[in-house]
Design a binder for this molecule. Structure first.
Ligand code: GRF
Length: 190
């Protein structure tokens, strides 16, 4: 079997999508392994979970310093770990054009809407307010603009009568956990 792609995950919070990616990477036929989980938030619960799984972790706080300096640290950690593809999983910071250019075509993100609808935050509230009957999640390649790169996979879920942003978010999140590992695996097969 060919070597598995070395994936680095960036997150800012709980990391449930990261956990789904790690779980799927343990399948015998997975096309990738997660070699680093890095964060802009040293206290992110996802980092602690990854460390507990024996996965290398890295945290760099961007607070009070120039973005290039912060991003250079993240970049060095990713490069040092031999990362080939970056998966953003709830990473709540816009990457600079310079960073994106360095990793062009090798950064994926998951976003909780059916892009191009509802870029940015509060996607579920916006879908409900619009009266949408279908919601979902998208995996896309990352470009300079927020939530804007080419979509490579989507999953749909119904919006149920009486849904709140929280109930819809939970339904979408379950779909995200299936979608992201499958999309990454397929991306790596092309
Ligand atoms: C997910 O809804 C993802 O689509 C969005 O941020 C959330 C992260 O959740 N980008 P988690 O940290 O993966 O649990």
């Amino acid at each position: 079997m060919a070597d598995r792609a070395r994936v680095g995950i960036l997150l800012s919070g709980r990391g449930s999508n990261m956990q789904a990616l790690v779980a799927a990477s343990r399948a015998a036929d997975a096309r990738y392994e997660v070699v680093l989980v890095a964060s802009d938030k040293p206290e992110a619960p996802g980092l602690a979970w990854a460390a507990g799984q024996g996965i290398a972790t890295f945290a760099a706080s961007p607070k009070g310093r120039p973005k290039p300096e912060y991003e250079a640290e993240i970049d060095a950690a990713l490069t040092g770990a031999g990362v080939e593809v970056i998966a953003l999983a709830g990473y709540m910071r816009l990457l600079s054009p310079e960073f994106v250019a360095r990793w062009a075509g090798r950064i994926l993100n998951i976003h909780p809407s059916l892009l191009p609808k509802y870029k940015g935050l509060d996607t579920h509230a916006r879908a409900i307010a619009a009266g949408d009957t279908v919601a979902g999640a998208s995996v896309h390649l990352v470009t300079e603009a927020l939530d804007d790169g080419p979509v490579i996979a989507q999953a749909e879920v119904p919006v149920e009568p009486g849904d709140t942003p929280d109930t819809l978010a939970a339904r979408v999140l379950a779909a995200e956990h299936r979608l992201y590992p499958a999309a990454l695996d397929r991306f790596l097969s092309t």
